[in-house]
Design a protein around this ligand. Structure first.
Ligand code: GTP
Ligand code: SPV
Ligand code: MN
Length: 594
């Protein structure tokens, strides 16, 4: 029995509708977690992995048609269509509730409904927001217990003012045609049906901490962003913090956990992870912007993670981790994915549950992947060897810089700095990136993804742009400096030119030096551009000519880019802030003068 009426009424309402055989309240205890794990192992929902090599780790496969976020089935159900804006799918709330209730009716017959009280942010901190997720999946319960702070204490906190985000999830029958991920920002409600995949069902993550929270932030004067947060400790002991927004599967987890090259570690530089996916940002002490990571774990992309690219992430996954849609090796109960190492298991089971060997090919003779490209690990933040001492900070960390970035084979240079906050908002607003396997649909298509928030902004994107402009006014001279990066430029053979990963420290170094006025830059057409000699290449097999080839701005390419932005901006009509129109006009004039 919940102590508080508003929570109980919510649970009762959906218990009546979905009709589970049983209701279980999740309390966050180790004992209950163990019982649920045993139950999920017994039913086959998860497999227990090798207790010596991967203690406490579990393996799970989602349905083959259910392996990524589904943007075309994701809706913002605001009362007024205008408030969802031109970049979101919209459904009228009443109509949406009726449609979803009809699908959800009796969907939990024969199942248990779990009631998960969780907090985004440290319980009791000024940033924290609370939620209750109802679900019929133990896999969801176990993942939420890693990704968020699940505790019955949350019920007491909700009791204080009665406000919480209502999350309703059921796998129903995992039917694609009846899959809906609906956010009702004005009701603090999320309703997710017919999916069992991460971003669609771990409702604290994208649905709450970005879609609902971005709306709350707009109303309350703060920001919810798709950003990693990291701290760079300098040899003198001072730590500077930066946040970076890259679209899904474009390098946030990797940057957040980077290990600097030897030439930096020898000098005494260290990097600490505060967050790898979501940042909540507010004005704080000294009139600066402060950021917290509202999550408690990492839901990271497995493929490509290895001892060289991201040793910290790999270490995170060595215990108490849930692996989803990777390759399973039954001979020693371990897991594998493409890019882990060059020694795939000989006889394994792929992410679809089929027998697999390193030479398995499909009907067209194409090599079959063992792990899905969007296969993931869910690992506790406390497993991270470089977790920041500020991870649990109530006040958050002060931001020196905000970085935008995308996956662009051409056009965007390795790094540049915006002239000022408003120009930086423009740089974020016109970001474009190639689509990835993190969302269902085509991969590798360049699309505009403002601030990496296209799939996650819970209100009208024009209002969101204006909110960014307003936040800059709030912090004025103390505003973080804004930058843009692109690790993904390719050569004529389609190979990445910049080595990336840990080597990205060299770019972070330039960024910090710019923040502190330690290096000059060229006032270029698109922003301040680095002088090649200011980017440290010590110990790297990368020539200054190669560097020059990816830090410049090409007139024709950018004239095309400008045309593209002009078309993109027409989407927003009159609602687009004038400031952004002005910025585009200036960019065009500067590019034409090149
Ligand atoms: P989400 O969890 O979907 O939000 O993704 P993310 O932004 O955290 O991306 P992640 O760090 O997991 O990286 C996604 C993919 O990009 C992986 O396959 C990485 O190996 C690759 N990647 C990350 N950083 C770099 C880099 O600096 N250079 C190159 N070439 N690839 C990178
Ligand atoms: C993303 O797609 O940006 C992710 C994974 O971080 S998911 O939780 O599925 O959204
Ligand atoms: Mn993400």
């Amino acid at each position: 029995m919940a102590k508080y009426q508003n929570v109980q009424e919510f649970v009762d309402k959906y218990q009546t509708l979905m009709n589970p055989d049983k209701v279980v309240w999740i309390d966050g205890s180790t004992k209950q977690k163990k019982e649920l794990t045993d139950e999920a192992v017994a039913s086959g929902e998860v497999l227990r992995l090798n207790n010596k090599l991967l203690p406490g780790c579990l393996y799970h496969r989602t349905a083959i048609n259910d392996v990524a976020r589904v943007e075309n089935r994701t809706f913002i159900c605001s009362r007024d269509k205008e408030n969802a804006g031109p970049t979101n799918n919209w459904m009228e709330p009443q109509e949406a509730y009726e449609k979803l209730d009809a699908i959800a009716k009796d969907c939990m017959v024969g199942r248990t409904m779990y009631v998960i009280p969780f907090s985004m942010g440290k319980i009791g901190s000024p940033f924290a927001k609370y939620g209750i997720e109802l679900t019929d999946s133990i896999y969801v319960v176990l993942n939420m217990a890693i990704m968020t702070r699940v505790s019955s204490k949350v019920l007491d906190k909700i009791g204080d003012d009665g406000v919480f985000v209502r999350g309703i999830h059921s796998k129903v029958k995992l039917e694609e045609e009846n899959r809906y991920i609906c956010q009702f920002p004005e009701d603090n409600t999320i309703y997710s049906l017919n999916s069992g995949y991460g971003g669609n069902v771990l409702l604290g993550k994208k649905c709450f901490a970005l879609r609902i929270a971005s709306y709350q932030g707009w109303k309350e004067g703060w920001m919810a962003e798709h950003m990693l947060i990291l701290g760079i400790q300098k040899p003198d002991g001072e730590t500077k913090y930066v946040a970076a927004a890259f679209p899904s599967a474009c390098g946030k987890t990797n940057l957040a956990m980077l290990i600097p090259p030897d030439c930096y570690t020898e000098e005494g530089y260290k990097v600490f992870t505060v967050g790898d996916d979501i940042a909540w940002i507010r004005k704080g002490r000294g009139g600066q912007l402060y950021a917290v990571n509202p999550e408690n774990g990492f839901f990271g992309v497995a493929p490509g993670t290895n001892i060289k690219s991201n040793p910290n992430a790999l270490t995170c996954t060595k215990k108490d981790t849930i692996f989803t849609n990777v390759l399973y090796n039954p001979s020693d109960k371990t897991v594998w994915w493409e890019g882990l190492n060059n020694t795939p298991p000989e006889n394994a089971i792929d992410w679809k549950g089929n027998p697999w060997t390193p030479t398995t090919v499909d009907a067209n003779g194409v090599k079959v992947k063992g792990a899905h490209p969007n296969s993931r690990f869910t690992a506790p933040a406390k497993n991270c060897p470089c977790i920041s001492s500020e991870f649990e900070s109530r006040a958050g960390v002060p931001l020196s810089a905000i970085i935008f970035g995308g996956r662009r084979a051409k056009a965007a240079p390795l790094v540049y700095q915006a002239f000022d906050w408003n120009h930086g908002v423009f740089v974020g607003a016109v970001m474009a990136s190639e689509t990835t396997a993190a969302a269902a649909g085509a991969v590798g298509v360049v699309r505009h993804d403002p601030m990496a928030m296209l799939p996650f902004c819970g209100y009208n994107m024009s209002d969101y742009f204006q909110h960014w402009l307003n936040m800059g006014k709030k912090v004025k001279a103390n505003a973080p400096k804004i930058f843009n990066v692109n690790w993904f430029r390719t050569d004529e053979n389609g190979k990445f030119i910049w080595p990336g990963y840990g080597e990205n420290m060299r770019i972070l170094d330039w960024i910090l030096k710019r923040c502190e006025g330690e290096v000059a830059a060229e006032e270029g057409a698109i922003g301040y551009l680095p002088f090649a000699s200011d980017i440290k290449l010590d110990g790297l097999d990368f020539s200054i000519e190669q560097l020059e080839s990816i830090i410049g701005v090409d007139k024709e390419t950018w004239q095309d880019e400008v045309k593209d932005i002009e078309t993109f901006f027409t989407k927003f009509g009159d609602k687009l802030p004038n400031e952004l129109r002005k910025q585009l006009k200036s960019l065009k004039a500067r590019v034409n003068k090149l």
